[in-house]
Write a protein that binds this ligand. Structure first.
Ligand SMILES: [Zn+2]
Length: 662
């Protein structure tokens, strides 16, 4: 397309895409089908490829992170981000009210209330409606320039719906569900866990590699806009921010402190059920004239106060302490509690982390304890209420033998975690097979945890490779297994034979190897034997692979049991070759999921076609899925795809994409 025409079309496309992004991410009211949206987006990408000089930073295609940074630049906030006075009880709120009324000579005014998010405070600068800078609060005066990272947050508009100059401040948060998933992933990768969603949000924004922050589904909620002509109150400012394209949460306006107090308690009762963490409520005088009249002290405005909620804690009794054995043999003590209500859910168990932690907190069986929960994560025991001890409490003794297999438990010098030393321990086998079959690994849809536990218990399998030699008759002997469900199990195991190499590498459960590293290794080695034969120095030369990871890989493949496992997997027909030996085609790098009945293909033949063209096929939908092809009577995969915003194709559209028909 000629440059002038392209330029015009690009602008049109960007406007349309922005409009639909706003409907989708901010208002939760998409009007366009995923296919139609994707078409617009692809057209824009193609035109920008053709005319790279027309790419501007506010283009919707420019959300994906660029190169990693060495360090963040420092930003000086012209108007410092101040702290807030804090109130911990009603009396302090009443005292605040008294100060406000005196300062305003008892003139009529309203209070404005909004949630105090537990996240990372960010300041955004817009010039003529275009995002030019994002910075952390820092110490209030000096923050860090995190523009590249916050650009990946979908609820932060790259371009506002009006061409204005404004500074917007707000909080970046991670939803509780996403927090749990992130920690599960990190646990799998042997990475340290985030203590709470706030740390996770802050850690994600303050990532020097924007690709990592773009992987994490962060949200932005604004609570401040710099002065704008004609806007005189907090509630009008929020309305205006919403008109500019920001996502707003509920906010409230009241004319008396009594109403405020009622609302503060109301919200406290509900906060365990919110999708995100809040640690309190902020109460502000609503109109800016009164705010200016009251002014600020050296560190905080006089017209606002933060009511802090106490942490989500409850009291319970430890009935017993039992240990769990994980995939790597790690022994984790868990407190079994008298069930207790905690911010909307019933808690029965709390993690005690490890033996040292139990000693440090002096926890005994039958102790009364304070339990705390952040998000929906497993609660933890904060402290023992020693004043309630009766003398009948019992010290917990870490078992010397594995409670599952009876093998020796070994705790290496200087490490916190004790481990079962028996690699064939059923608990470890179950853990390893669970990882192997999981959606992120070999994606074996019909083999769930309960089934794995039975298979291991009955010695029908001793490792993941044994899954492939199972017969329908074996499975039908198990509980609640009818003919059809047994067949589903067998089919889904068969379907996993041809998963991409990176999935197999991840599925092996090599210590320190997460999905990202597995992908790197698959890209580099192309088949499992070359990887198994790699030396430490050679591995370390791969970008992003450090000496620890390299050593872990070599150690894994040195072990006889692991080498036998791989030989067994090969004999079973599991694909052990990767991308390098695969066709590079028009679908390279794209993942497809098929659901429902297709007119011209069986599931297998459709998947083969995708692979022939360089793509890959998966049994279940995730954020990594590029396309879901929906035939007749599509099931839950279709819904899931819609929810995740994955592009959904009809069979006809699929055929057009692969160059047949249409
Ligand atoms: Zn064991």
């Amino acid at each position: 397309m000629a440059r002038a025409a392209a330029s015009k079309r690009i602008e049109q496309l960007r406007q349309e895409i922005r409009h639909h992004d706003h409907l989708y991410y901010v208002l939760d009211k998409p009007v366009l089908s995923d296919q139609a949206y994707d078409k617009l987006y692809r057209e824009l990408v193609d035109l920008e490829k053709e005319h790279p000089d027309l790419i501007t930073p506010d283009s919707p295609t420019q959300r994906v992170g660029g190169e990693p940074l060495k360090a963040f630049k420092t930003v000086t906030h012209k108007v410092p981000l101040m702290s807030l006075e804090k109130a911990n009880n009603e009396e302090e709120l009443l005292a605040f009210d008294k100060r406000v009324r005196e300062a305003l000579n008892n003139k009529d005014f309203d209070y404005f209330l909004e949630m105090k998010y537990d996240g990372l405070a960010i300041s955004l600068k817009y010039e003529n409606g275009i995002l030019t800078q994002g910075a952390t609060r820092g110490d209030g005066i000096h923050g860090e320039d995190v523009t590249t990272n916050i650009r990946t947050i979908k609820t932060i508009p790259l371009r506002l719906l009006k061409e204005v100059n404004i500074e917007v401040r707000g909080e970046v948060v991670l939803l509780n569900d996403d927090f749990i998933k992130l920690n599960e992933q990190r646990a799998d990768n042997d990475e340290p866990l985030f203590a709470n969603p706030r740390n996770a949000a802050a850690g994600s924004v303050r990532q020097l590699d924007p690709k990592i922050s773009s992987d994490r589904p962060l949200m932005f909620f604004p609570y401040y806009g710099s002065p704008q002509k004609g806007i005189q109150t907090e509630d009008k400012m929020r309305e205006y921010l919403s008109e500019l394209g920001f996502k707003l949460n509920p906010l409230w306006k009241y004319s008396s402190i009594e109403e405020v107090i009622k609302a503060v308690h109301n919200l406290e009762d509900k906060r365990g059920k919110l999708d995100y963490e809040i640690d309190g409520v902020v109460v502000k005088v609503n109109d800016f004239v009164s705010q200016n009249k009251m002014g600020a002290t050296a560190r905080a405005p006089r017209w606002a106060i933060a009511f802090k909620y106490s942490p989500m804690q409850a009291e319970s009794v430890i009935e017993d302490i039992q240990v769990q054995v994980g995939r790597t043999g790690a022994i984790t003590p868990v407190a079994h509690l008298q069930p207790v209500h905690l911010a909307g859910v019933i808690v029965k168990r709390a993690t005690l982390h490890n033996e040292d932690e139990i000693r440090r907190k002096e926890i005994r069986i039958k102790d009364h304890v304070k339990v705390q929960r952040a998000g929906e994560v497993i609660p933890e025991v904060v402290e023992v209420i020693k004043s309630k001890r009766t003398g009948h409490e019992k010290e917990f003794v870490m078992p010397q033998k594995c409670p599952v297999c009876g093998a020796e438990i070994f705790k290496p010098e200087g490490e916190a975690i004790a481990r079962c030393t028996n690699a064939t321990c059923p608990a470890q086998v179950m853990g390893r097979v669970r990882l192997f079959t999981s959606r992120e690994a070999m994606d074996i849809e019909h083999v769930g945890w309960a089934l794995i536990d039975q298979l291991v218990d009955r010695k029908l399998i001793h490792d993941a490779a044994d899954l492939y030699t199972l017969e329908k008759a074996d499975i039908m002997k198990l509980e609640r297994m009818a003919d059809k469900s047994a067949q589903n199990v067998i089919n889904s195991i068969k379907a996993s034979l041809d998963r991409p190499l990176e999935r197999l590498i991840y599925a092996l459960g090599i210590r320190l190897i997460g999905r990202r590293t597995a992908q790197l290794l698959a890209d580099h080695y192309h088949d499992i034997d070359s990887l198994a034969g790699a030396q430490e120095d050679e591995l370390s030369k791969i970008h992003e692979i450090g000496p620890k990871v390299a050593a872990s890989i070599v150690t894994f493949f040195k072990q006889k049991g692991n080498r036998e496992l791989i030989a067994k997997l090969k004999r079973a027909g599991v694909r052990v070759k990767g991308q390098g030996s695969r066709v590079i085609g028009p679908l390279s790098g794209k993942t497809f999921v098929f659901t429902g009945g297709l007119a011209n293909y069986t599931r297998t033949s459709a998947e083969e076609l995708v692979r022939k063209l360089g793509g890959s096929a998966s049994g279940s939908v995730s954020k990594q899925t590029d396309y879901v092809v929906a035939g007749t009577d599509p099931g839950s995969k279709y819904e899931k795809a819609r929810k995740l915003g994955v592009t959904i194709l009809t069979e006809k559209e699929f055929e057009q994409l692969v160059g047949k028909g249409g």
